[in-house]
Design a binder for this molecule. Structure first.
Ligand code: DC
Length: 224
């Protein structure tokens, strides 16, 4: 069974690369960030403010709501108790909520357990912040993707333009850096990398090259 962990901050290309790698390996792809986004959406719908209050309430909500992330390739969908929330969870405000709920240990426990179950059921490429450190430390291969901040901000900016919801580049960058700082400094399972990871700087590589590199490393680690 193949389990690949792809961790790293936002805007490094984890989703594009993760989907393509999963397709090449013929295993499921799991965007774990979508699950935190779904819980973030629950918190916003409850009318909770940011900075977030009501950690217990959010933890309980996460435990009793069915969160499903399905599909691969271009057709990845997220459901909350059967409701398709795939578009809504991509709103910039939900990014902030997602990062806030991701700091709540009860939320992390619940989501990480589900992610681990899914990974061990049929293998997969899992993308997130703590996949190789907490969710599946025994993964076949672990990759930590990085890119220069200006490159990451531009990618995110272009994605927003493509989606028809443009924002100023400077504010995209400021928001991204604030979220990455929060994700890297929280007490429970912060974004981090150790020497069991292969670090890949994607700043000057297109997605195909990154996928090629990862694919070689995965296949190498299986035979070697
Ligand atoms: O990858 P993303 O931007 O969709 O993730 C949304 C937020 O969820 C991100 O700010 C950090 C959090 N997250 C996490 O804490 N652990 C994961 N495995 C995946 C995402």
């Amino acid at each position: 069974m193949i389990v690949v962990a792809i961790d790293g901050p936002s805007g490094v290309g984890k989703s594009t690369v993760g989907r393509a790698l999963a397709a090449s390996l013929g295993v499921p792809y799991l965007d774990t960030g979508a699950m935190y986004r779904a819980v973030g959406l629950l918190a916003r719908r409850k009318g909770l403010p940011l900075p977030l209050t009501g950690a217990d309430e959010v933890g309980e909500l996460a435990e009793r709501t069915e969160i499903l992330v399905t599909g691969s390739g271009g057709d990845v969908k997220t459901f909350l108790d059967g409701e398709d929330v795939s578009a809504e969870i991509r709103e910039p405000e939900i990014s902030r909520y997602a990062s806030a709920v991701a700091a709540i240990p009860r939320v992390r426990r619940r989501l990480a357990a589900r992610q681990r179950e899914m990974a061990l059921a049929g293998g997969g490429v899992l993308e997130g912040r703590d996949i190789g450190t907490r969710v599946v430390p025994e993964a076949t291969a672990k990759f930590f993707l990085t890119a220069r901040p200006e490159v990451r901000a531009r990618r995110r900016y272009e994605e927003l333009v493509r989606k028809g919801t443009p924002q100023e580049l400077a504010s995209v960058r400021a928001e991204m850096e604030a979220r990455d700082a929060a994700d890297s400094s929280r007490a429970d399972s912060p974004l981090s990398c150790d020497d069991t990871y292969v670090v890949v700087d994607t700043s000057d590589l297109d997605a195909e090259r990154v996928v090629e590199r990862l694919l070689q490393a995965v296949l190498g680690s299986r035979t070697g």
